[in-house]
Design a protein around this ligand. Structure first.
Ligand SMILES: Nc1ncnc2c1ncn2[C@@H]1O[C@H](COP(=O)(O)OP(=O)(O)OP(=O)(O)O)[C@@H](O)[C@H]1O
Ligand SMILES: [Mg+2]
Length: 247
């Protein structure tokens, strides 16, 4: 995959053997997904950890890179039971480490990046440079839509996005009424002609399982099936992107 920066070069300096979600072998750099929004508390860490677990439980080799000095994802990984599907930790909390993958972790299929809430300026540009997909979670609150609007406008001018090397998608998170997205969020999406890549309900399963270093994808329970189904559009989008990159 063509990536233009020094950090991207660090990630793709070797041809890596990876597997797609269905397990067939392909040769490429890892597909890299960043959860980013300048707005704090919109679900970046919850979605990053859940996504890493969703991919890891399919047998893919996944790293979770924490670029947030709060270290939420790294703390989650420390709590993760040994018996759970393995997810490798990358400490990218120091800007100088962004993009670095130790040789012993290669090859990797996916790198999921948990970005800090204060992502702006050089940091978001640096993270976007190593990302194939930028996922921006937002909740149906006026404060989220306002902050996200400014963030998206900034993102549009970041070089990898402007040049089409990284694509950006909204994730509607903490939706309380599934049949109709809450007003502030619907108005925002309509105004900017945006379609969310996925919509996740507000459920206590997310924080409850996160406390144990787990996610909904680490549990077989039938009661979680409707929640997992809400992730299919996002996982399919990621699979399409992986297939396109390796075609
Ligand atoms: N879909 C959801 N249902 C219920 N609770 C959720 C959901 N998504 C996130 N939360 C809760 O919302 C809070 C904020 O989520 P999270 O920490 O993932 O956000 P963040 O964007 O990473 O925040 P920060 O900017 O501080 O890093 C947490 O308590 C989390 O458990
Ligand atoms: Mg976080």
């Amino acid at each position: 995959m063509a990536k233009g920066s020094q950090n991207a070069d660090e990630m793709s300096e070797k041809t890596l053997q990876t597997t797609d979600l269905t397990g067939s072998c392909i040769n490429t750099a890892p597909m890299t997904v960043v959860l980013a929004n300048v707005k704090g508390g919109c679900g970046k860490s919850t979605i990053a950890t859940s996504l890493a677990a969703a991919l890891a439980t399919t047998g893919a080799k996944v790293a979770l890179a924490d670029a947030d000095p709060q270290r939420s994802s790294l703390t989650w990984l420390l709590r993760r039971p040994i018996a759970a599907a393995p997810i490798h930790a990358l400490d990218w909390t120091q800007p100088a480490n962004i993009g670095k993958i130790p040789q012993e972790l290669r090859p990797l299929d996916w790198v999921i990046i948990d970005a800090p809430g204060s992502t702006r300026g050089a940091r978001i540009e640096q993270l976007c440079t190593v990302a194939d997909l930028i996922l921006t979670p937002m909740t149906p609150s006026f404060f989220d839509t306002h902050a996200t609007q400014r963030f998206l406008m900034h993102l549009e001018n970041v070089e990898p996005v402007r040049e089409g090397r990284a694509s950006m998608h909204i994730i509607a998170n903490r939706i309380r009424n599934q049949s109709a997205l809450d007003d502030a969020l619907s108005l925002f999406l309509e105004r900017f002609d945006l379609e969310p890549a996925a919509e996740f309900a507000e459920r206590s399963a997310y924080p409850n399982l996160a406390e144990q270093g787990l996610s909904i994808f680490d549990r077989e329970s039938q009661s979680l099936a409707p929640l997992k189904a809400q992730w299919h559009p996002l996982l399919e989008l990621m699979q399409r992107r992986m297939s396109a990159a390796t075609a």
